[in-house]
Design a protein around this ligand. Structure first.
Ligand code: FMN
Length: 192
């Protein structure tokens, strides 16, 4: 198949729509962050790419803590708002009517309404260009109790909000489960 070159880009699908919680000037703040993911399993480390001009960046740098909150598909409007308005100008937590809770750290506010919350300690801050890569070691993971079915995490209840960049530029849900991971490829293991 012929390929069309688009030049250097960061085009990957899908992206998360993390809500990053931080304490800025003594108040909790939330910003939307699509450029994030898993950086290490043991110890558990999450990476987020944040422009130093963000209000959130000030608080993360000062306190060396932040939270990663995974919003549910029903939270698209609030997630978008937290990505287009700065905490410098508005109290986004009040506007979104989020309930804030804390775990082990005093400066990593988490959003109760999000099904998954990761409480993180900043362990590295790497200047890359437009964005700094912030690495957060996860201190604890919180999951809403209603997200379990028969004791197992239920992805259909968590229903994470995902972001599709580029020309799509929209929030989406995950689609159907296709095949079991670390398993369905086995049918090719013995193929010559
Ligand atoms: C879908 C979406 C994804 C975003 N992803 C990022 C990101 O990965 N990194 C970043 O620095 N800003 C990102 N932003 C922009 C910030 O969320 C936005 O500038 C926000 O107002 C910053 O809030 P603050 O000034 O209160 O920290 C994103 C915005 C949207 C709508």
């Amino acid at each position: 198949m012929e390929k069309k070159s688009l030049g250097p880009s960061t085009l990957v699908f899908p992206m998360p729509s993390f809500l990053i919680g931080s304490m800025v000037n003594g108040k909790p703040n939330v910003m939307t962050c699509a450029w994030g993911g898993v950086a290490c399993g043991n110890p558990p480390i999450i990476s987020i790419a944040v422009r130093p001009s963000r209000y959130s960046y000030l608080g993360i740098q000062e306190n060396e803590t932040f939270s990663v909150n995974v919003p549910n598909a029903d939270m698209a409007v609030q997630a978008d708002y937290c990505g287009i308005v700065s905490g410098k100008k508005k109290n986004k937590i009040e506007v979104c009517e989020y309930s804030i809770f804390y775990g082990h750290l005093e400066t990593a506010p988490m959003i109760e309404e999000c099904p998954i919350n990761l409480e993180c300690k900043l362990i590295n801050n790497i200047e890359l260009g437009s964005h700094n890569l912030l690495l957060g070691e996860v201190v604890d993971t919180f999951v809403s109790e209603n997200c379990f079915t028969d004791g197992q995490l239920d992805i259909n209840i968590i229903k994470p909000l995902v972001y599709s960049p580029g020309p799509v530029n929209a929030y989406q849900t995950l689609s159907e489960i296709l095949a079991p991971a670390f398993k369905c490829g086995k049918e090719l293991v013995h193929k010559k």
